[in-house]
Design a protein. Structure first.
Length: 445
């Protein structure tokens, strides 16, 4: 299948699948490099703050400042990513992330760090991540034909999960051996190297005239936000799944991040809890390998239904907190959620116009993540009132009900992926003008 802007020189000799395309190989390499260093950043930052003040409150302020900046800028990041060449934007955001992390590392290593300085740098880092996130997501369909989107997304997610495991492990060793400042320095170096590699991701960015069918007058930022909202809200299957994940994320993160450690302290211990959480990451990696070979036509409907499986680990925490059972439950949950992740990426990439893709993904990210703090805040007081077990079961019920409700929507069940839509214009059928996200490598600090 021919795609505009890619020539035979872009293909690997005798290559097959996504690896046959040079832009994809560079993208995969850059994001993996960024992930390897980025995985150590949260650990390094946490110990840097605790070494500085010993206060969990201070740590919460530093981390929350990044999250708030990230959410505040995400929508505008989508507009920027739709306006500018995405590979150049990724070069710039990677170098900016490297600079902010290098300053943090220098402050920590020199003993000059203060909480206000770390908050300011975290805000800058969160804003940079909000711009890189939609750009990194929306560039994927420009690197491979539409028929290769599913394996491309599976490979990207597999490399990111593997990179996160390896990076966190190596980072933890480095931090323990020489201190958190060097872990932050590693993160800065990884972003700098990733920025260099992103420069080689040469793709034909979709022009606004292709998306609109003619020459479009210059649009204001708010007009472009409205256009993105129209694309987002006009597709029932998009906003239904985002609404599903607003509930799923709030329930899952609240149960696992807040109540999970509580159950661990009361039963099998903290060391075993780390093993259980690691099992989910292994499941994500196994799920990525499965998605490389399994290509269902109604992948989104299957993925949305499989999200309900993530309720199983929560039920296990509530009723049968035994380590072997929880390890298996979390592993299976990881495999299931990865099938949704790959299907969601592919579905968006094949059905959203490239010129509006990053903005739609920004709305997706805001809608999916905005309820997470609500879940984290509510589950503690509710567990205090009603007990941990009923609240965990309630969280599991929310996940199942939200997933079944989304699956009951016809457009979710019937959306077809893997082939260009029957009514798609020729450019879409060629795999160049329909698109959206993969799992990006946001900057952490």
């Amino acid at each position: 299948m021919a795609t505009r802007g890619r020539t035979s020189q872009d293909r690997a000799p005798g290559g097959a699948g996504p690896f046959a395309f040079a832009p994809f190989r560079w993208l995969l390499t850059a994001r993996t490099i960024a992930t390897l260093g980025n995985a150590a950043a949260p650990i390094a930052l946490a110990f840097a703050v605790l070494d500085l003040t010993g206060s969990a409150v201070d740590l919460g302020i530093v981390v929350a400042s990044r999250s708030l900046a990230n959410v505040a800028v995400l929508l505008f990041g989508g507009v920027i990513a739709d306006r500018l060449p995405k590979h150049l934007l990724l070069v710039g955001t990677s170098l900016a992330a490297a600079a902010t992390q290098a300053v943090v590392a220098a402050l920590v290593l020199s003993g000059s760090a203060t909480i206000p300085l770390l908050v300011v740098l975290s805000i800058l880092n969160g804003a940079v991540a909000a711009v890189s996130f939609p750009a990194s997501a929306a560039i994927v369909p420009q690197t491979v034909p539409v028929t290769e989107l599913r394996p491309a997304n599976a490979l990207l997610r597999l490399s990111l999960n593997g990179g996160a495991i390896l990076g966190a492990s190596l980072g933890a060793i480095l931090i323990a051996a020489v201190g958190p400042g060097w872990g932050l320095a590693l993160n800065a170096a990884s972003f700098a190297l990733a920025g260099i590699v992103f420069a080689f991701v040469r793709t034909p960015d979709a022009q606004r005239t292709v998306a609109t069918g003619g020459a479009a007058p210059p649009a204001s930022v708010f007009r472009e936000l409205r256009e993105g909202w129209q694309e987002f809200s006009s597709r029932t299957w998009v906003w239904v799944v985002v609404a599903q994940f607003a509930l799923v994320n709030a329930a899952f993160v609240g149960a696992i991040a807040v109540l999970g450690p509580l159950v661990a302290d009361e039963s099998f211990g903290r060391a075993a809890w780390g093993l259980i959480i690691a099992a989910e990451t292994v499941g994500l990696a196994l799920g990525g390998m499965l998605a490389l070979r399994w290509r269902p036509r109604h992948a989104l409907g299957i993925g949305v239904g499989l999200v309900a499986v993530t309720a199983v680990p929560i039920v296990g925490l509530a009723l049968v907190p035994l380590v072997p059972l929880l390890v298996m439950a979390f592993l299976i949950g990881g495999v299931a959620i990865e099938q949704f992740g790959v299907a969601w990426d592919q579905s968006l990439q094949q059905n959203i116009p490239q010129g509006k893709l990053a903005r739609v993904y920004s709305y997706d990210a805001v809608g999916s993540f905005i309820a997470i703090p609500v879940g984290e805040i509510l589950v503690g007081p509710l567990a205090h009132l009603w007990g941990t077990t009923p609240v965990l079961l309630g969280c599991a019920a929310v996940i199942v009900v939200a997933s079944l409700a989304a699956l009951s929507v016809r457009s979710v069940r019937r959306l077809t992926v893997g082939v260009p839509p029957a009514d798609a214009p020729p450019a879409v059928a060629a795999g160049t003008d329909a698109a959206v996200p993969a799992d990006p490598a946001p900057s952490q600090p």
